[in-house]
Design a protein around this ligand. Structure first.
Ligand SMILES: Cc1cc2nc3c(=O)[nH]c(=O)nc-3n(C[C@H](O)[C@H](O)[C@H](O)COP(=O)(O)OP(=O)(O)OC[C@H]3O[C@@H](n4cnc5c(N)ncnc54)[C@H](O)[C@@H]3O)c2cc1C
Length: 452
C-alpha cells in the first residue's frame, strides 16, 4: 500500500499499534476490520485521506462515532479505508444569527452546552455522545422534533470533501441539488467536514419522567397513547418499558428496576407544563421528576448510555398505535413476556416532523405517527441471540401497523436503502450520487449506488 503524500496524515494498517482501538465503534457488539484507518485532524488531511484511498483502490466509509455501525454489519471493510472524523473537533456559536458551525467530530453535548449559554438549542437527539453531524445527515428525531422538525432540516450549509478531493460547500445557493441530497442521504456523497445549523430559542422548558411500576405498563402505554391525541406541537414525548440491569453504572433506586416511564419535553412555563402533563400525572406515578429545566439538561433527559456499549436494536415506523398494537407489544416485550430486552420505546411523531415543506432535503419529513424501538444489551453471545430473536418477534408482531418506510437513523440491521425513500426521491438521490461520486467511492451505512 502506498503511503499518503503528506507526512502529517497518519494511516493505520492491520497489525500497526493502535489499529484495534481505532477500529472499535461505539457499539462494541460489532467489530470492524478495515484495510486501513485514517483519523484526519484537519480538512487538508481529509483531502489527503481521500487521495490515499483513491491511489490504493480503496472505498471509503466515514464514521463519526460508530453508533450506527449495526446498519452496515455483514459488509466487510477489507477493501475500505475507515475514515474516522472524531479528531475534527470544534463548535462555533453565533448567538446573534442563531447559528452554529459544527465540525464533523463534535458530539451533541459539545454543541448543546455552548448553545445553551445563549438560551439556544440545536435539534439534538436523546444521547449526549451521538455525532451531531452523523445524526443530522440521517434525519434526527430529538426532543424538539414535533415543534421544529428533523435535525436535517435545520442544516443551513454543508462543507465536504468529495471523491475527487475537492473541498465543496453545499447550501441553498451553491450546489443546491447536492445540499438537498445530503439532508437524508447521509455519508454517500463525501466526507462532511462541517455543517452550519439553525439554533432555536428555548425560553421555557418543563420536562422530566413519570415512573410507574412494571405491572401498570399496559395501562400507562394506553393512557399515554390517548394523551398524545390531545397535546400541542410544543410537547414531544415517549413511553417506555425498561428492564434496567443491576449494574453499578445505574444509580439506585433505578438499578435493576422494571418500570414504565412517560417522558416529555414541554416548551412551556411550569404552570402550563403542569396543566399539559396532568392527565398522565393523575395516574399516580411512584416517581415524578417533572420540573422547569435549563435547556442544557435536555440532552441528558433520556439517560442514554455514554461510551462504548454492546447493543442490538430494531425499529419500525408505525402509522398508528391502537389497543391492538399495545396488546401485541405487551405480549412480546411487556412485563409478563419473559423478554430479554432492556428497553421498549414509542416516540410520538406528528406535528412539524410530519410536514414536508418547500426547500426541505431528501428525507424532509417522517410519514408516521409513532416510532417503535426495541433494544437489548449484549453482554454475552447467548444473550445476544435471545435479544436478536425477540427483536425479530417484536418486528413481526407489529407488521399490521407499519407506516410503509424505515427511519434512516434507527436502522440497526442491513436494509435496502430503497425502503427509506419514495421511488422519485431515491432515483434523484442516485442521480446526485452519479454526479459527485460516479465511482461509488463513498459507502455509507445505508448505501446509495450511482444511477447507471
Ligand atoms: C444510544 C443512541 C441514541 C440515539 N438517539 C437518537 C435520537 O434521539 N434521534 C435520532 O434521530 N437518532 C438517534 N440515534 C441514532 C443515531 O442518530 C444514528 O446512529 C446516527 O447515524 C449516528 O451518527 P454517528 O455519526 O454518531 O454514527 P456513525 O455510525 O459514525 O455514522 C452513521 C452514518 O453517518 C455517516 N456519517 C457520520 N459522520 C459523517 C461525516 N462527517 N461525513 C459523512 N458521513 C458521515 C456515516 O457514513 C454513517 O453512514 C441514537 C443511537 C444510539 C445508539
Amino acid at each position: 500500500m502506498q503511503s499518503p503524500t503528506s507526512s502529517a496524515l497518519v494511516v493505520t494498517l492491520p497489525g500497526d499499534k493502535g489499529y484495534a482501538a481505532l477500529s472499535m465503534p461505539w457499539n462494541v457488539a460489532f467489530t470492524q476490520a478495515p484495510a486501513a484507518i485514517a483519523a484526519p485532524t484537519s480538512v487538508q488531511e481529509v483531502v489527503e485521506a481521500v487521495r490515499f484511498a483513491r491511489e490504493n483502490d480503496l472505498t471509503i466509509t466515514v464514521q463519526g462515532t460508530g453508533h450506527n455501525v449495526a446498519a452496515r454489519s455483514g459488509r466487510p471493510l477489507d477493501q475500505t479505508l475507515l475514515l474516522r472524523t472524531d479528531a475534527l473537533k470544534g463548535v462555533e456559536v453565533d448567538a446573534e444569527r442563531r447559528r452554529a458551525r459544527i465540525m464533523a467530530g463534535a458530539l451533541w453535548a459539545e454543541v448543546t452546552e455552548p448553545a445553551a449559554e445563549h438560551g439556544l438549542a440545536p435539534l439534538s437527539g436523546s444521547s449526549p455522545d451521538v455525532g451531531a453531524v452523523g445524526m443530522s445527515l440521517g434525519g434526527g428525531v430529538g426532543w424538539l422534533v414535533r415543534k421544529h422538525g428533523l435535525s436535517s432540516e435545520s442544516i443551513l450549509a454543508v462543507e465536504l470533501v468529495t471523491a475527487d478531493g475537492a473541498v465543496v460547500r453545499a447550501d441553498a445557493e451553491q450546489n443546491p441539488e447536492l445540499f438537498w441530497a445530503l439532508r437524508g442521504g447521509g455519508g454517500n456523497f463525501g466526507v462532511v467536514t462541517a455543517i452550519e445549523v439553525q439554533l432555536h430559542p428555548v425560553p421555557e422548558l418543563y420536562a422530566g419522567w413519570l415512573v410507574f411500576p412494571a405491572e401498570r405498563t399496559a395501562e400507562v402505554f394506553t393512557a399515554w397513547r390517548a394523551w398524545t391525541d390531545t397535546v400541542p406541537e410544543e410537547v414531544t414525548s415517549t413511553v417506555r418499558y425498561l428492564q434496567l440491569p443491576p449494574i453499578p453504572d445505574i444509580p439506585e433506586p433505578m438499578r435493576g428496576a422494571r418500570i414504565a416511564v412517560v417522558e416529555a419535553a414541554i416548551l412551556a412555563s411550569p404552570e402550563r407544563g403542569a396543566e399539559l402533563i396532568a392527565p398522565i400525572r393523575e395516574l399516580g406515578p411512584i416517581m415524578d421528576s417533572f420540573d422547569a429545566m435549563p435547556v442544557s439538561a435536555l440532552v441528558a433527559l433520556h439517560q442514554d448510555p455514554v461510551g462504548p456499549t454492546p447493543a442490538y436494536g430494531h425499529h419500525r415506523m408505525l402509522a398508528d398505535v391502537t389497543p391492538g398494537t399495545i396488546a401485541a407489544l405487551m405480549e412480546v416485550a411487556g412485563p409478563d413476556s419473559g423478554s430479554p430486552l432492556l428497553g421498549l420505546e414509542l416516540r410520538h411523531l406528528g406535528g412539524r416532523v410530519g410536514r414536508r415543506e418547500p426547500g426541505h432535503g431528501a428525507l424532509g419529513a417522517l410519514d408516521a405517527g409513532f416510532l417503535l424501538f426495541g433494544v437489548g444489551a449484549v453482554m454475552d453471545p447467548a444473550l445476544g441471540e435471545a435479544v436478536e430473536a425477540r427483536l425479530t418477534q417484536l418486528f413481526e408482531a407489529t407488521a399490521a401497523w407499519d407506516a410503509g418506510k424505515v427511519y434512516t437513523n434507527f436502522v440497526e440491521r442491513p436494509v435496502d436503502t430503497a425502503a427509506v425513500f419514495d421511488e422519485v426521491t431515491y432515483a434523484r438521490l442516485r442521480a446526485v450520487k452519479a454526479q459527485v461520486d460516479p465511482g461509488d467511492v463513498f459507502r455509507a451505512n445505508l448505501p446509495i449506488a450511482p444511477a447507471s
